[in-house]
Design a protein around this ligand. Structure first.
Ligand code: DUC
Ligand code: ZN
Ligand code: ZN
Length: 471
């Protein structure tokens, strides 16, 4: 007789966004089909003394993204998703970037080719729109949103990506019609440009001036503008990588007016500080990201936002560059902070940092942890059957040792880049085994999956998603 289940995860303590309970999980054909006291499986994993959580969904990562000439991203889809799996994740959401002059479909074809057959986790793309032509707004974007590419990011800064308010309104009009979710990088281009020129004129070239060129008011002003454009367009908006209290206050004000503002924060805004950019020589470049980490007060505000529900999602914003001439140490970057590629790695450390600093230290409970890191991203971005432990859901599961203490270090991580900004940070709680659609990818800290194991997903269409998420 065939056993009833392909896999049973036995005797673990399960947590979802709503509940914590002890049960066995029965898995067949990649799905969870039973919860209870179970027997009869081809394989049983003993999870006694362990925490059994939905696999993490990292809703904001950058993999194999093209950069300025000579700059190479530190992770492709293989190394990035491998690192994600070691960090307890089963789905990642990278960006497909439209270059100016390029069609969205061409960009997608390109990024799909990079991802297909290379992923250890499931993967689902957001779009980045940098060139909202009539063709893009009138034809391509509506068609792609209907096909399931229902989230797109726009930038309010960076010379090669920035959209004007007029252009953002054009994108939001399409979002209104199609149910897409607009994600915004909210930092004001002109203020950063002006500050950068002033700083350089005064001899300020080192990495620390990156943070000085884009203080929190620059982010606050852009957040106010993004929320106002969303208000005018009657669409929801997701403010990504929020760094501190002034921005949180702006979000609260917009919500008070009835604007549907969703918000994300990231580990760097909880445990890194502006002072990290002022480390010796070019060491500070390892912490250059945008918005930059700020101060203790900003960190506390972000914690408060995680506790009180201001933040809907907690993502890594993994954007890896090596500490060499292909990344943080390009000749131009050594000349001035303005050329240091923006971004830091963190796909593997996102969950342990939030678990340790949040759950273990009693700031948030385990259910909020699951909501922020798996359940909410699945709901907001329309990832069917993902982000929870329930009958019918994909068997995407991470088994954690909640008491294991790890000192984070480059030597322990599996990403493609050559440093971690979290070097030396001690955390308690670590994911040991990661299971994707019923297949073990990482078992007791050893890689056993294949790079072709992950699927490139299409979320539900924009309209379906909009209705479900109450937009
Ligand atoms: N924005 C991101 O979302 N990631 C890295 C760099 C940036 O500006
Ligand atoms: Zn951004
Ligand atoms: Zn990002």
């Amino acid at each position: 007789m065939q056993p009833e289940f392909d896999l049973i995860i036995a005797k673990g303590r399960i947590a979802t966004a709503a509940d914590s309970f002890s049960a066995d999980i029965g898995i067949r054909n990649g799905r969870i089909v039973a919860l209870g006291q179970l027997s009869g499986a081809r394989e049983t994993i003993d999870a006694s003394g362990r925490l059994v959580l939905p696999g993490g969904i990292d809703a904001h990562v950058h993999l194999a993204q093209d950069g300025a000439p000579g700059i190479v991203m530190g992770d492709d889809f293989e190394t990035g998703t491998r690192s994600a799996a070691f960090g307890g994740n089963t789905t990642v959401m990278p960006f497909c970037v439209q270059k100016r002059g390029q069609s969205l479909r061409e960009a997608l074809k390109d990024y799909h080719a990079r991802a297909e057959g290379a992923c250890y986790t499931d993967t689902s793309f957001h779009l980045i729109v940098t060139d909202p032509t009539e063709q893009v707004l009138g034809q391509d974007l509506p068609a792609l949103v209907a096909e399931g590419y229902s989230s797109l990011k726009v930038f309010m800064t960076y010379a090669d990506m920035v959209l004007s308010d007029y252009e953002i309104l054009g994108v939001m009009k399409v979002a209104r019609k199609t149910g897409a979710l607009v994600m915004v990088h909210a930092e004001g281009f002109d203020a950063i440009r002006f500050n950068t020129e002033q700083l350089e004129a005064g001899g300020g070239f080192g990495p620390k001036f990156h943070a000085i060129s884009r203080p929190e008011p620059v982010e606050r002003e852009a957040t106010h503008r993004a929320a106002t454009l969303a208000e005018l367009s009657d669409v929801p908006v997701m403010i990504v990588h929020v760094s501190g209290g002034e921005v949180i206050d702006e979000i609260a004000r917009a919500r008070g007016r009835g604007v549907k503002v969703l918000a994300e924060t990231c580990p760097q805004y909880l445990v890194l500080e502006e002072g990290d950019l002022d480390r010796e020589g070019m060491e500070g470049s390892k912490y250059v990201c945008s918005p930059p980490p700020r101060d203790r007060t900003a960190q506390e505000a972000c914690w408060q936002g995680l506790i009180d529900g201001t933040f809907d999602v907690f993502s890594s914003d993994h954007c890896p560059y090596r500490f060499d001439e292909t990344g943080k140490l390009t000749p131009d970057g050594k000349r001035s902070f303005r050329w240091i590629p923006n971004g830091i790695p963190g796909i593997e450390t996102r969950l342990p940092i939030l678990f340790s600093e949040g759950v273990k230290k009693g700031r948030i409970d385990i259910n909020r942890f699951v909501a922020l890191t798996a359940t909410n991203p699945a709901r907001i971005y329309g990832l069917r059957n993902k982000g929870t432990i329930a009958i019918g859901a994909d068997a995407d599961i991470a088994i954690w040792d909640p008491d294991k203490t790890v000192v984070i270090g480059q030597d322990k991580l599996h990403h493609g880049t050559d440093y971690t900004p979290y070097e030396g940070l001690e955390v308690t709680g670590w994911p040991e085994t990661t299971i994707l659609r019923g297949q073990v990818v990482v078992r007791d800290g050893e890689l056993v999956g294949r790079p072709a194991g992950g699927h490139v997903l299409r979320p539900v269409s924009g309209m379906e998603q909009g209705v479900k998420a109450g937009r």
